[in-house]
Write a protein that binds this ligand. Structure first.
Ligand code: NAD
Length: 477
């Protein structure tokens, strides 16, 4: 039984003022493997004070100094990669393929940000002014559980690179993974107070960050519902906000696509991270006259997605993070049936032999209309909806008929045709025929249109969101 009862404040592990204890449960077998003591407002305020004090000197560090620390942070995470993957599997149920991708991505963002620092002009003359990009101040970073380590790193890297100090409020469902990450932060040897982290609930610690006047910026990744409440709180002191929120991404299969390849792509993008991915292609748009062929291909392909113990190398789908999440996904499967969609494969309950954990049968609905609940709301599990369309225009209309606009996927024979359609899709990122690695595309932005968010992460787009331009007139002679 592992016990976490400390936060990381001002360069030290300190006992929690908050006393609520939360069990840490292995989602594969629902056994309790640890306990975390959740912090309260006092812990949050201590962390904010430390970050505010550290800002004075950190904001004045040279870019070279920041680059050295970014390298150290990368090295600290990379050198513990195997341990990170092991804990992610145990606490979250992440399968090895996705865990490797997610953890190596978490380390890489520090190296990418090191490069990005050379791509942005921190000082330049504009007209009669000298314009300088200054750190926005103390950043509150609030993150979800579905790629816990990566989400934190993808915010810490640009914040520190910009000269901001941070207070992190990770998901309360990822305490073991985060504990190892904090040990990496500690090993990197940054000045005290530059990185602070408080375990705790969103309504308590998260709420304090979003209201506290000493927090200058909030970067949040999570659900759209919570994103809205964060924006309301942040408005009180005009905090800058970056919001990376939910999605209900369309995957348009065009009529010239190779069906087997398109179906393989459908499952890769729909079932990634056990179906718990904000960018999952969960609405599969299929030309009406190709429906039967797509159904046949899905019936062949879905059973190849082995569900089970995430510690096994050949497992492709692990359990959902919690029993609550399992029940939520089951409720959506019920709702789909109730609203008249038809189950092609999968369905209610756990797969046979996996009753001890939060396992969901990979499920494909057909006969789905875009106005059904399962096509409108984010399910966050391996449950996909097939929706037919008549014409290309129709496909674009359906894809854009969503409150979300995070990501879209296109399968096609002619990539140029795919790109033209991509141009008309209301989504922050569109990928044609392939999952591109955003960590290798160091500078390309990610983020949402519409209710999928505000602002962008990665590269200069991400870094700029932690910077504030100041113009001084007249410019130096
Ligand atoms: P969530 O919104 O419930 O929680 C996210 C974080 O916010 C957690 O740390 C939580 O404790 C905190 N929080 C909750 N209430 C709060 C409040 N009132 N004030 C401040 N903080 C609060 O989301 P989740 O269930 O952890 O994660 C799943 C969601 O995250 C999905 O909707 C998914 O689409 C989204 N997500 C988006 C992206 C993206 O890049 N757009 C990436 C991953 C996940």
């Amino acid at each position: 039984m592992r016990v976490i009862n400390q936060h990381y404040i001002n360069g030290r592990f300190v006992d929690s003022c908050g006393t609520e204890i939360l069990d840490i449960v292995n989602p594969t077998n629902r056994t309790t493997i640890g306990r975390v003591t959740l912090g309260d407002e006092r812990d949050a305020r201590d962390a904010i004070d430390a970050a505010k004090k550290a800002l004075k000197t950190w904001s004045k560090t040279s870019l070279d100094e920041r680059k050295r620390y970014l390298q150290k942070l990368h090295d600290a995470i990379q050198s513990r990669e195997a341990k990170h993957i092991e804990i992610r599997t145990e606490e979250y149920g992440g399968v090895s393929r996705h865990s490797k991708f997610s953890i190596s991505g978490a380390a890489k963002v520090f190296l990418n940000m090191k490069k990005t620092l050379d791509e942005i002009a921190f000082h330049k003359a504009v007209g009669q002014a000298d314009v300088t990009l200054k750190p926005v101040g103390v950043a509150g970073l609030i993150t979800p559980w579905n790629s816990a380590i990566f989400m934190v790193c993808n915010k810490v890297a640009p914040a520190l690179a910009a000269g901001c100090t941070v207070v992190i409020k990770p998901s309360e469902l990822s305490a073991l993974q985060i504990q190892l990450l904090v040990e990496c932060f500690d090993a990197a040897g940054l000045p005290p107070g530059v990185i602070n982290l408080v375990h705790g609930r969103g309504e308590v610690v998260g709420n304090e960050l979003t209201l506290n006047p000493d927090i200058d910026k909030i970067s949040f990744t999570g659900s759209t519902t919570v994103g809205k409440s964060i924006m309301r709180n942040a408005a009180e002191t005009i905090k800058r906000v970056t919001l990376e929120l939910g999605g209900k991404s369309a995957h348009i299969i065009l009529d010239d696509a190779d069906i087997d390849k398109a179906v393989a792509f459908t499952l890769t993008t729909g079932f990634m991270n056990n179906g718990q991915a904000c960018i999952a292609g969960s609405r599969i748009l299929v030309p009406e006259h190709k429906l039967e062929a797509v159904k046949d291909a899905l019936l062949k392909a879905v059973p190849t997605w082995k569900v089970g113990d995430p510690t096994k190398d050949d497992t492709l789908l692990g359990p959902l993070v919690t029993e609550k999440q399992y029940n939520r996904v089951q409720a959506y499967i019920h709702k789909g049936i109730e609203e008249g969609a038809e189950i092609l494969i999968g369905g209610k309950g756990q797969p046979k032999g996996l009753e001890a954990g939060n396992f969901v049968q990979p499920t494909i609905f057909v006969n789905v209309r875009n106005d059904m609940t399962i096509a409108r709301e984010e399910i966050f599990g391996p449950v996909l909806s097939v929706i037919t369309y008549k014409t290309e225009e129709d496909a674009i209309r359906i894809a854009n008929d969503s409150i979300y606009g995070l990501q879209a996927w296109i399968s096609c024979g002619d990539p140029e045709r795919g790109r033209k359609i991509a141009d008309r899709i209301e989504a922050g990122v569109v990928m044609v025929n392939q999952v591109f690695d955003m960590f290798d595309e160091a500078g390309a932005p990610a983020g949402g249109f519409k209710q999928s968010g505000i602002g962008r992460e990665f590269g200069t787009y991400g870094l700029s969101s932690y910077l504030e331009p100041q113009a001084i007139f007249p410019k130096r002679a």
